[in-house]
Design a protein around this ligand. Sequence first.
Ligand SMILES: C[S@@+](CC[C@H](N)C(=O)[O-])C[C@H]1O[C@@H](n2cnc3c(N)ncnc32)[C@H](O)[C@@H]1O
Length: 200
Amino acid sequence: MHDKHQQFFDELAEEWDLRFTAEDLERLQRVVDKISIDSGMDILDLGCGTGILFDMLRRRVGKDGSVTGVDFSIEMALKAHRNFPFPNVNVVDADAIMLPFADDTFDMAFAFAAFPHFSDQQRAVSETHRVLRPKARFYILHLQSSKEVSEIHHREGGVLEHDVIPSHDDLRAMFNSQKFSDVKIEDHPGLFLLSAVNNA
Ligand SMILES: C[S@@+](CC[C@H](N)C(=O)[O-])C[C@H]1O[C@@H](n2cnc3c(N)ncnc32)[C@H](O)[C@@H]1O
């Protein structure tokens, strides 16, 4: 199925990297630097786009680890693959609500600027839980607060108009129902960061 979101992101793929300023990248790097990532980890990047997180992650996991980006826009996935042709980076064209991976495959997952766009967020959380190993963390990250994300999408309109980060209560319910624990949410101007542990 090729839906309107896929088409929208396909059309943005070529110019996507230009959206990030040097300051955005520095802020992103600072957030990622604070996350405990060990060499040898296998990390999943959901809605990876053109792979903006890949370099920051692949350097941390080293040659014994891996970064696997998933994007349902074939143009984004192809661009990500062209941008980062490294042995410890894989890109898969797939939907976050139906992940083509075995249970217990990854040590960590990220959804950077992607979660609001998932057509079935509950299912994406459930799928992520399935593919994460016990005690692995899932991070949902934005360089804006949830309110700022909603405002940006509302201003953009079209297919993005109603793409939001759910309320904190709804997120906690969503994660707790999927056996995630230790759900922590930071949400203030310039940052949204949820982290939760797979308590399988
Ligand atoms: C706003 S972009 C962010 C891309 C990248 N994470 C970044 O920050 O540069 C959102 C990405 O999520 C992808 N996406 C949206 N819904 C998806 C889904 N259900 N499964 C996989 N990817 C999805 C889009 O194709 C798009 O590349």
